[in-house]
Design a protein around this ligand. Structure first.
Ligand code: BGC
Length: 581
């Protein structure tokens, strides 16, 4: 643990504090948990086919336990044609042979529990794969049949129904409707797909869809999972009549979140679904959770986490706040206040499998890449050292916050996005559906480097990885970083250990006003001051013991002189040590 005592150069107090949030004493492991996202395709390839697998996860779980996380969330590993990297599910109750077997899953669960790690799985209820038996049955059945009622089929507009039923666009580009050929071989109805044409949307107005998903929930709960991350949780119910929508395909408004009027998102009836699911989870005890991937603004996010609905929701406003101190302060204050008002903890997140990794995003001054669009060789290039330096600061700032935090695999290594990905290897449907205009999300999905000296940096010893790994990953491999006290990985271990020791996830938050300038931001959580300096100049730290600082990741050490470097965060003890050890 990096601990340093700074000779006091200022009075040993923090100045005026603005209390926003008090300590959390409500029960629930998830209220303060650190949850690590495993993206199975890219975690560890044990069978050598070039794609990660479940035995690979089991093999490396001890590293996650050692890192100090509480739980893992697995992105989809279900049977799937992999048109959207597994978010196109053809059988919700089986493991895709690409990843292993149900038996492998059970072994992984047992190993996780042995190591004290909980497991959350992804649930994709908005749509399935066009290869799902229910969709295949719908294709074979006539218009108006119960089979078609499982999905959103409509007659087309115009002469002979040649036009789509409305003007909705797919998230991945192009129209959100595809016309099918009827059982008689003639052009027939259209079906709705908010994402790829291989991902037909379920019809959540049909009770049979509810019954099917309640069965799926029970299947995985019976197998011991601690809960579900619910994919596009805001999209299941569509406005009656499917009215035309003139706004963005993602329903977004200028703040990046669906406007209140977007007919495909955030419809009120959605909440009844989650209330029903919550009742099922509660039958399994208080430790099973639902986490919403609901891309909505904060006031509405609170509706998803009322006491009889989901336990958590991803905090995308936090992710989108970047390193803008004013936005960060507003988002943190609003999150703790608005979610706190319904008794829910906040969550925090900086990276996931859908956005450019924060070590790359923060390598830009000014306008960086647009979410989901990715970066290629023809785009302005990030400053990778700067990005990693600031990413360390942002992570240290985030992990001091009260509430739960989600980490994305590889961020503990400071991994950047893969940028040099040849077109023929790009797999995100966004790339094909936009004719290459949007590169998509492959860059953040590049496989992990485990051991610098092994083939494919230890990701797998057989076929080439499904996406090329940059040569720079050699220097970022986990085994190299594990032995270096100044590495990014060591920083993550230190901060997670201190966070746990001080119970920061259960803590309080008060803004330390003297340190909240236009270019620095500081809060006090219990006896710890968390200070991030985004000024171009170093900042003199307040008196206290430095528990951990982000530049100890060694990339741009500011020296141990009481100064906080530009783009650096520190945790400083400002009161007596109250940790258990
Ligand atoms: C997932 C994406 C996926 C989409 C469609 C999302 O929000 O995180 O990876 O492409 O849902 O399932």
């Amino acid at each position: 643990m990096s601990v340093e005592t700074v000779t006091p150069t200022t009075a040993p107090h923090t100045g005026p504090l603005t209390l926003i949030h008090s300590e959390d004493s409500q029960p629930g492991w998830w209220r303060s948990a650190v949850i690590y996202q495993v993206y199975p395709r890219s975690f560890r390839d044990l069978n050598g086919d070039g794609v990660g697998d479940i035995p690979g996860i089991t093999e490396e779980l001890p590293h996650l336990a050692e890192l100090g996380v509480d739980a893992v969330w697995l992105s989809p590993f279900y049977r799937s044609p992999q048109r959207d990297a597994g978010y196109d599910v053809s059988d919700y109750c089986d493991v895709d042979p690409l990843f292993g077997t149900l038996g492998d899953f059970d072994v992984m669960m047992a190993e996780s529990h042995r190591l004290g790690l909980r497991v959350i799985v992804d649930l994709v209820p908005n749509h399935c794969s066009d290869q799902h038996v229910l969709f295949q049955a719908a294709l074979a059945a006539p218009a108006g049949s119960p089979e078609r009622e499982m999905f959103i089929f409509r007659d087309g507009e115009g002469p002979e129904g040649h036009q789509p039923p409305n003007n909705w666009q797919s998230h991945f580009g192009g129209p959100a409707w595809t016309r099918v050929t009827g059982p008689d071989g003639q052009p027939d109805q259209w079906y709705l797909h908010l994402f790829d044409s291989s991902q037909p949307d379920f019809n959540w107005d049909n009770p049979a869809v509810h019954i099917e998903f309640e069965r799926i929930l029970r299947f995985w709960l019976d197998r011991g999972v601690s809960g579900f991350r619910v994919d596009v949780a805001h999209a299941l119910v569509k406005a009656p009549g499917l009215p035309a929508w003139g706004g963005r395909a993602d329903g977004g408004s200028s703040d990046g979140f669906p406007g209140h009027e977007a007919p495909m998102f955030g419809q009120p009836a959605i909440h009844d679904i989650y209330r029903a699911w919550r009742r099922i989870l509660d039958l399994y005890g208080p430790d099973r959770i639902l986490c919403a991937e609901a891309s909505v603004d904060l006031p509405r996010l609170a509706h998803w986490v009322r006491s009889d609905e989901m336990h958590q929701a991803f905090n995308f406003p936090y992710l989108h706040a970047g390193l803008d101190v004013n936005r960060l302060r507003t988002v943190i204050t609003d999150s703790l206040t608005v979610l706190g008002a319904v008794g829910a903890p906040s969550t925090w997140v900086l990276s996931n499998h859908d956005v450019v990794r924060h070590a790359t995003r923060f390598g830009y001054n000014g306008q960086g890449p647009r979410d989901g669009d990715g970066i290629g060789l023809a785009d302005p290039q990030p400053d990778t050292a700067l990005g990693r330096h600031r990413a360390a600061a942002a992570s240290l700032f985030m992990l001091g916050l009260p509430g739960a935090a989600y980490l994305y695999q590889g961020e503990e290594l400071g991994l950047p996005d893969g940028i040099d990905i040849p077109e023929h290897q790009r797999q995100d449907p966004t790339f094909a559906r936009t004719g290459g205009q949007r590169l998509g999300r492959d860059g953040c999905r590049v496989p992990l480097p485990w051991r610098a000296d092994e083939p494919h940096f230890g990701f797998g010893s057989g076929n080439d990885p499904w996406l090329p790994m940059p040569s720079s990953f050699a220097g970022l491999a986990r085994d190299l970083q594990a032995g270096l006290p100044s590495s990014h990985l060591s920083l993550y271990r230190n901060m997670l250990e201190i966070r746990r020791g001080l119970d920061l996830g259960r803590g309080s938050l008060a803004w330390a006003e003297d340190w909240c300038t236009g270019s620095s931001l500081a809060y006090v959580n219990g006896t710890t001051l968390v200070l991030m300096n985004l000024n171009h100049e170093p900042l003199e730290m307040p008196a206290g013991q430095v528990l951990v600082r982000s530049a100890s990741s060694g990339l741009e050490s500011s020296g141990w002189d009481g100064l906080l470097a530009s783009g650096e965060t520190a945790w400083i003890r400002i009161g007596p040590d109250t940790s258990a050890n």
